[in-house]
Design a binder for this molecule. Sequence first.
Ligand code: LHQ
Length: 267
Amino acid sequence: MRTDYQHLLIQQDGGVLTITMNRPEVLNAFSNIMKTELAEALEATAQDDSVRCIVLTGAGRAFGAGQDVRAFDVPHTSAHGGPLKVSEDLQRYHRILFAIRTTPKPVIAAVRGVAAGASCNLALSCDMRIAADNARFIQAFARIGLVPDGGGPYFLPRLVGLGKAMELAMLADEVSGPEAERIGLVNKCVPLAEFESATMAFAQRLANGPTRTYGLIKELMYKSLDSDLQTPLRLEGEMQEIAIETADHQEGVAAFLQKRPANYTGR
Ligand code: LHQ
């Protein structure tokens, strides 16, 4: 894995790769450099067998404040030489979302402090979320007259249901960590003092799991979410054909029969 990024910190501890968005002076608001670097780093995880779980977090007191609002005034140039349309700019975010979706490893967003705008929706696009009790999730877009972007309109109603998603998108009120856990926006909320250890314990547990099977579970779940009943029923058979041939499946069965914990290797 490349580690020399300008706006990211990369740290690997065993099978857990932590990617930290690192612009704390602006609450990790997205620069174009950070967007490109984040996409690259996430894409690289798919090729690196030593990475078995990814934690995405922010440096300092925040997860992220969305698009750097100062960049709204800076004229960008498109590949064709003309002014860059917002829809073209958003493709930088879309590349990140696809990287999260397609890497066959679990990706956890670890949210401490504020997660606003596109940063909030980045957290929602991860496979799972852990929040500190000081977390503040804000669909900040409507506060400045914008519609949710960065995948929010897709992820938000799927996580919390359509009615709540409408409320959060239109009123743009803050959702605290405990409230986020209650409405299903995050998997769990922990006291700030335990945030780092709880995140690592969660990530290590996933990193010690049957990694290839986790990749199949991701593919199966996401394809099922967007299809009719027939398609996931066919896919579950296809994926199970692959999972049943893995070394981790053999190990899981052997461990069960021998009444001992399984030692998964990700193969
Ligand atoms: C910031 C930012 C920031 C720069 C805090 N930028 N500096 C839309 C359209 C088109 C293209 C692509 O993408 C998008 C997607 C989007 O994400 S749109 C939404 C953009 N984000 C926002 O509108 C959020 C703006 N920020 C805030 O509302 C507040 O800062 C929040 C609620 C996030 C945090 O409030 P506080 O905890 O009170 O912190 P603060 O406001 O004091 O901020 C601390 C510093 O960070 C401050 O700088 P300073 O020099 O005064 O210490 C802020 O200016 C800076 N900062 N967000 N997005």
